[in-house]
Design a protein around this ligand. Structure first.
Ligand code: ATP
Ligand code: MG
Length: 407
């Protein structure tokens, strides 16, 4: 009979294609921008909103985590928050307190819930936020004003600010606006940065909450990683995680161009690579590479399929008919795609709504008022699957030399 311990598989290296990066590289110019904003906030005692915007899998969450690491090194207080924390005193306190407790060695307390505008306590001597009921109604702004330390609030998936899921109190938007206005205009009386990550339309969500315009130096549209950074990420995974023996360059040379510098794609190839290396004592032989490339390509297609989910075949075909006329990686005007969608789908309203859907799903991304399919191989996949037929062998494309990639 097998022992329970036999049933537990041995620990294996695992590469997730979402979330904080185990081997982070690149984005140096963006991290510099962020550091400059921190310095400025400290200098003026004010604050700002720093927005990182991109299609799914571009590396927003990983970048936010790296910014947080920088802030912690600079002795900033940091906290991951949810969109409700901008208007709900209770949940904001919980997020702030959780961070403090975690640093102190474990969260033990809990906050009283169920009160619409709860009364809350003040800063503890140790720097944490203590929750206790007092009579004066207080706001999320009051909570932030309680502290003196420089504070980094991290809001991932910030596009969710647009969602209106009941049972939210009716003045939720007003409360959110007030807090954002105070942070954005440096009125919290301490250095505060709200670091937000979100999909391509997040800036417009902030606009709808009366943040008129995110300052140019505090706005990042995330593009692919540079070729050099891509190679470094792959190398770390192969050698440090997979235990690859010998020269990893032949594998890196083959894998790197197929990833197009897109972080999700890099991880799509690293998953099978480290599994293969783990099972073969780090040996890098050509048949192993062939299997890794095949599985990586399959995973890329799974990603594209997920992006297209929710669009009907007819809608996909209409988009593909237009993309067929555009070289991959090239920008185009919204009106040009909408015109083709209108021809195929019947009305301007329908065409507009399909365009917006494709944008929200990360099939399209914005570049200075124009649009683009952010990954060349996704552009090709679309045309290949749904457009007029053409030769679709995988073509390596040039990866931009800058990590920004939005030039
Ligand atoms: N600069 C980087 N260096 C190394 N790995 C990275 C880098 N950026 C992202 N990654 C890795 O790539 C994968 C995708 O990144 P991430 O999850 O941050 O993307 P995202 O834009 O937040 O995606 P989503 O919209 O799905 O949340 C993750 O496994 C992440 O750890
Ligand atoms: Mg993310």
């Amino acid at each position: 009979m097998s022992k329970p311990s036999d049933l537990i598989p041995p620990e294996r290296p695992f590469a997730s294609d979402r979330g904080v990066a185990k081997y982070f590289h690149g984005r140096k110019d963006i991290l510099q921008k962020f550091t400059d904003q921190m310095r400025e906030a400290k200098r003026t005692g004010g604050g700002t909103i720093f927005l990182v915007q991109a299609a799914p899998g571009a590396g927003k969450t990983a970048l936010l985590a790296e910014c947080r690491r920088i802030a912690e090194l600079a002795k900033w207080e940091t906290a991951e928050i949810n969109s409700s924390d901008l208007w709900d005193t209770n949940t904001l306190l919980e997020s702030l307190d959780q961070e403090t407790k975690q640093k102190e060695g474990g969260w033990s307390g809990h906050l009283e819930g169920g009160v619409d505008v709860p009364g809350v306590g003040s800063m503890k001597a140790g720097g944490g936020y203590e929750s206790k009921k007092i009579d004066t109604p207080r706001t999320t702004l009051d909570v932030l004003k309680d502290g003196k330390e420089a504070l980094l609030l991290i809001l991932d998936e910030a596009q969710c600010l647009a969602e209106d899921i009941p049972p939210h109190p009716s003045d939720r938007r007003t409360r959110t606006r007030v807090l954002l206005d105070n942070i954005y205009n440096g009125k919290v009386k301490r250095p505060v940065i709200l670091l937000a990550g979100g999909l391509g339309f997040t800036e417009s969500v902030f606009e709808s909450l009366a943040v008129s315009r995110i300052e140019g130096d505090a706005f990042v549209g995330l593009g692919p990683l540079s070729q050099a950074s891509t190679r470094l990420v792959i190398k770390d995974w192969l050698v440090n995680e997979g235990g690859a023996e010998g020269n990893p360059n032949p594998w890196i040379d083959k894998i790197s161009p197929e990833t197009h510098g897109w972080p999700q794609h890099i991880l799509a190839y690293m998953k099978p690579a480290i599994r293969y290396l783990g099972a073969n004592a780090g040996k890098m032989i050509p048949t192993g590479l062939k299997d890794v490339l095949e599985e990586g390509r399959e995973r890329r297609v799974q990603y594209y399929t997920r992006r297209a989910k929710g669009l009907t075949r007819m809608q996909r075909e209409a988009i593909a008919r237009f993309l067929f006329t555009i070289p991959e990686g090239k920008r185009f005007a919204r009106e040009d795609l909408v015109a083709v969608l209108k021809e195929d789908l019947g009305s301007e309203a329908k065409a507009d709504s399909i365009f917006d859907k494709a944008f929200r799903k990360g099939i399209l991304d914005e570049r200075d008022g124009d649009y683009i399919v952010p990954i060349p191989s996704m552009h090709n996949w679309f045309v290949d699957e749904y457009g007029p037929s053409r030769d679709m062998s995988i073509r390596p494309v040039e990866i931009p030399s800058s990590d920004h990639g939005l030039g």
